[in-house]
Design a protein around this ligand. Structure first.
Ligand code: SF4
Ligand code: SF4
Length: 387
């Protein structure tokens, strides 16, 4: 049997421990079938940052030699399965701004599988995922993305549910029986064994043909090969921005022209310009300097620069003037201010209303905890969804 490689794409820090548990579980379950494997992080050489897409891998082979041969590469050139632990990663993955945006399915081999944790329909997800040159399977593990912190993960069974799903999508890796045995031994929970089995039984899979998906070219820029680099260590500064444009022309801060942060976020702010009190708090507090000041003194979040932290919504004193909305509900990164001007008050209010209403389908904020007991409520909801 050939080497099997699995890639886990996750939100840095928030899902690091979850990804690690999954990769560890893969290796243990493979051992039940008499195979050996190893699990490793792609960015072990750098600290992770909140929300920045990151990767871990699990590689399984029949014997040591075969495993060593496949590990001579730092990162597998292709994988049998990619697992995306947050469905907003389907829009693309940019890690460390090294190479622009990578399609989430870039490494999935022909007839391989992309497993996504999501409450979205396969059709909605396919619309976000860049086209692949080969057919592959999209498997949906129904549930909200599971976010937590660096050293912990939520015990909402996403770990074992992913393993159950994996045994169905990739039977050459291991059987459901091996997953059940592993979960019983490693997690010591019959409830988790049942969750793994249920995920196996309820996994929704759909074939995606090469012509299907987002037709856009993923964002990229020219990376200098060493021959083109200047002598010495030169780190060009961010060029001076337009800044204050004088009179009533507004203000736009300087920004790195290459590093777009859209792949970092799972939510984005929707600004209601008609209720904004022009207090400037969002502009002052945004850690990424996202807000442009418009000629009217309104604050337009530059969506290419926004990392989705949600601070602007927290500090805004006007209820509903900024609402964080799940990233899955957007297909582009254009200016909301331009939309407001183009659509007029009525049209823009309809757009804002649609986004805010649709956000309710995604449940609570995906960032941290905002009230006592939120974890228990979310856990109950998540288990209901998984049934
Ligand atoms: S969510 Fe708001 S505060 Fe955070 S980076 Fe985006 S615009 Fe700035
Ligand atoms: S914090 Fe709210 S009210 Fe104040 S400028 Fe920003 S959007 Fe307007």
């Amino acid at each position: 049997m050939a080497t099997v490689a699995v890639e886990v794409v996750y939100r840095g820090v928030f899902q690091k421990s979850l990804a690690k548990e999954i990769c560890r579980g893969i290796v243990f379950a493979a051992r039940k079938e008499g195979r050996i494997g190893t699990a490793f992080g792609r960015y072990g050489d750098s600290p992770e940052r909140n929300g920045i897409p990151a990767k871990q891998y699990a590689v399984v082979a029949d014997g040591e030699e075969e495993l060593e041969a496949s590990l001579s590469q730092y990162e597998p050139a292709e994988v049998d399965v990619t697992i995306a632990l947050d469905d907003t990663l389907c829009k693309g993955v940019e890690s460390w701004a090294w190479y622009g945006l990578q399609p989430v399915n870039k490494l999935v081999k022909e007839n391989g599988t992309l497993i996504v944790t999501s409450v979205q329909s396969p059709e909605d997800l396919v619309r976000s995922i860049h086209r692949n040159g080969v057919p592959y399977n999209l498997a949906i593990l129904r549930g909200q993305p599971s976010f937590s912190g660096l050293w912990v993960y939520r015990d909402d069974h996403t770990d074992v549910r992913v393993l159950g799903a994996l045994s169905k999508s990739c039977p050459q890796l291991f059987s459901l029986a091996s997953v059940e045995e592993t979960v019983k031994e490693q997690w010591r929970s019959d409830l988790k064994v049942a969750s793994a089995r249920r995920a196996y039984e309820r996994l929704m899979t759909r074939l995606v043909e090469p012509g299907e998906g987002n037709p856009e070219e993923a964002y990229s820029y020219h990376l200098l090969p060493w021959q083109e680099m200047r002598e010495g260590v030169v780190v060009p500064a961010v060029p001076k921005g337009n800044g204050f444009r004088g009179g009533d022309k507004g203000f736009e801060p300087a920004r790195n022209p290459h590093f777009k942060k859209f792949a970092t976020r799972s939510m984005r702010p929707v600004v209601n310009f008609d209720t904004c009190a022009k207090c400037s708090l969002c502009w002052l507090h945004c850690p990424d300097g996202c807000f442009d000041i418009t000629p009217e003194g309104l604050y337009d979040a530059n969506i290419n620069a926004c990392c989705g932290c949600g601070i602007c919504e927290e500090v805004c004193p006007v209820k509903g003037a900024i609402t964080m909305v799940n990233e899955a509900l957007f297909t582009e990164n254009g200016s909301q201010y331009e939309l407001w001007k183009a659509q007029g008050k009525e049209g823009y209010q309809t757009w804002v209303g649609e986004k805010v209403t649709a956000q309710k389908g995604f449940g609570q904020w995906s960032h941290g905890y905002h009230h006592k007991g939120q974890y228990e409520t979310e856990l109950a909801l998540a288990s209901k969804e998984a049934q």
